[in-house]
Design a protein around this ligand. Sequence first.
Ligand SMILES: C[S@@+](CC[C@H](N)C(=O)[O-])C[C@H]1O[C@@H](n2cnc3c(N)ncnc32)[C@H](O)[C@@H]1O
Length: 203
Amino acid sequence: MSERDPLDRYYTPAWAVEALCERHDVAGRRVLEPCAGDGGIASVLRRRGAGVVTGDADSGVSTDHRWDFPALVRELGGAGFKAHFGRFDLVITNPPYSTPTTTAADVIRAALLVAPVVVCLLRTSWLDVVDEREDLLIERFPAWLLSLPRVGYRQPGQVGEVRGSQYPSAWMGWGAGLPRSGAVSKQERDRWLRLGSPQMELL
Ligand SMILES: C[S@@+](CC[C@H](N)C(=O)[O-])C[C@H]1O[C@@H](n2cnc3c(N)ncnc32)[C@H](O)[C@@H]1O
């Protein structure tokens, strides 16, 4: 078993973002991607007409801002962050699940302070009630779920075929105006892949 990447750099394939955007229109919205990695989510959102601001902790990727996002929001507060970076309609990201300094729950807590709607790609096991996120699940359980066929996450520099992760994933959303919960079929996933997602998927 290989060790997990210290920044949790497992990048999202375009098809998963296309499936999200089919159900939740982002055109004309100002969106924050606070853990953007190599920009896979941001580029689909931009193609779909969103204005996107990106950030990441990794000095090896090209984003609008370099930051530890949860730490910065803790320091500035939600109002301070908005005063500095402007108002956002939405946060959309696949956050680091767990690193030595942060967790997906930390990113979600911060995101809820800076935008009225937050959508994150998470392992479905994120819904397990464990100490680290019990407060968040009890007080702010996701309002919306979009379940996905197994996602193949790319690591930096990885090309070619990417196997579906051992972890089932779903988009989870907080806030008002989200669509009905549901699931993406493998047929729909394969249609997006045929239309030119840069990845192949083995399940
Ligand atoms: C699972 S990857 C997903 C990247 C991108 N959102 C995507 O879906 O392709 C998580 C990303 O979070 C970044 N990251 C890790 N810790 C962070 C932090 N404290 N603040 C901001 N970004 C962080 C990593 O460098 C990595 O790019």
